[in-house]
Design a protein around this ligand. Structure first.
Ligand code: 13P
Ligand code: SF4
Length: 347
């Protein structure tokens, strides 16, 4: 039963004490978040990893790329565990290293030395190493503007992987018009438009399947039925949705905006369901709904559930941790440079 699982988790957590650290992303289920030592958005969780110095085991409640980052930013004698290896990210899977190398070959043949690559942290360690080797950095949704600005100070154009929406939304905020953006399709290995010389933003054709479920139609319906309701979305939503909304920002920005709003404020939030539900329960003084009334879960985030979590803790206790995340040393040493570059730029 759930009660029995909760008891088991509490017992191991108490017994291991400081030897164990449990970070949890805001999209995780309440049933595991209740055990988190710290919660955060992707940037906060990455920064935390480098500070978990006394923990021998880090049980990461989030998705695979986040656990990889935690492994890369911790010492070799610390072990990162992902309670369910199927907790991937479909967006991260949209940029494969071979595809990225092919794209770079073709794009540099066309544009010469005028491009710098950036990757959203929602990418594999190999993609992070790829951008590091070419002078680029990682980006999260809470520092994207700063990192893009930095990149535009280095080169004329950016190849942005793998989320076209975050890339487009952020570049537009920096004053780059849509006409100066184009999409790289890694399957056909072509750009979506001609007039390439003017292009400043080359967007990898990737997206988040959760955030694409919030549509302009949802925004229109809401504007008609409840014009006073504020629309707050994550920048992984499409350009038209972000433009039509009142505000956009990372998960921690979304939480902060609601926390700082006056009682009685009405919100429609466009992000993962677990977070929307958590904010709703934490703010009964406000009126909060999901922008998509059907609610949008991230199935891979949700793979980290109480049974997998308890299993991971008990395996650690037994001295045989399962599902350990170990990034190849060569890849890791490069990828870390891209992450540290991001920390520097955004600090
Ligand atoms: P942030 O928490 O950085 O906003 O990221 C959202 C997300 O989709 C993580 O997978
Ligand atoms: Fe990936 Fe989207 Fe899920 Fe975040 S919400 S882990 S970007 S699929």
């Amino acid at each position: 039963s759930t009660d029995a699982l909760i008891k088991r988790a509490k017992r191991v957590k108490e017994k291991l004490g400081d030897r164990l650290f449990i970070p949890g992303h805001h999209y995780q289920k309440d049933e595991v978040i209740q055990f988190a030592d710290a919660t955060g958005d992707s940037l906060q969780l990455a920064k935390m990893s480098s500070q978990m110095s006394q923990a021998e085991y880090i049980v990461f409640c989030g998705v695979h790329f986040m656990a990889e980052t935690a492994d890369m930013l911790t010492r070799a004698d610390q072990t990162v565990v992902l309670p369910d290896m199927r907790a991937g990210c479909s967006m991260a899977d949209m940029a494969d290293i071979k595809q990225a190398e092919r794209a770079w070959e073709k794009l540099t043949a066309q544009f010469g030395d005028t491009i710098i690559p950036l990757t959203y942290v929602n990418s594999t360690a190999e993609i992070k190493a790829f951008v590091a080797e070419r002078g680029g950095a990682t980006v999260t949704s809470s520092n994207a503007k700063k990192v893009l600005q930095w990149a535009f100070n280095q080169k004329e154009r950016i190849l942005f992987l793998p989320d076209q929406h975050l890339g487009r939304n952020t570049a537009y905020d920096l004053g780059i018009p849509l006409e100066q953006m184009t999409v790289w399709d890694p399957i056909s290995e072509t750009l979506s438009s001609s007039g390439e010389e003017d292009k400043r933003m080359i967007l990898w054709k990737g997206h988040c399947s959760v955030h694409e479920m919030f549509t302009i139609e949802h925004v229109r319906q809401l504007r008609e039925s409840e014009p006073e309701r504020k629309i707050l979305v994550h920048p992984e939503c499409t350009f038209d949705v972000v433009q039509a909304s009142d505000q956009s920002g990372s998960t921690s920005t979304i939480i902060k905006s609601v926390r700082e709003a006056a009682p009685g404020t009405k919100w429609a939030i466009g992000t993962e369901m677990n977070l929307v539900e958590r904010i709703r329960h934490e703010h009964p003084e406000q009126d909060i709904v999901s922008l998509n009334p059907n609610m949008c879960p991230c199935v891979t985030m949700n793979r980290i559930d109480l049974p997998h979590f308890v299993w991971s803790l008990e395996r650690i206790e037994a001295g045989s941790a399962n599902n350990t995340i170990r990034v190849d040393k060569d890849v890791s040493s490069k990828a870390v440079q891209a992450i540290e570059r991001m920390f520097e730029i955004s600090s």
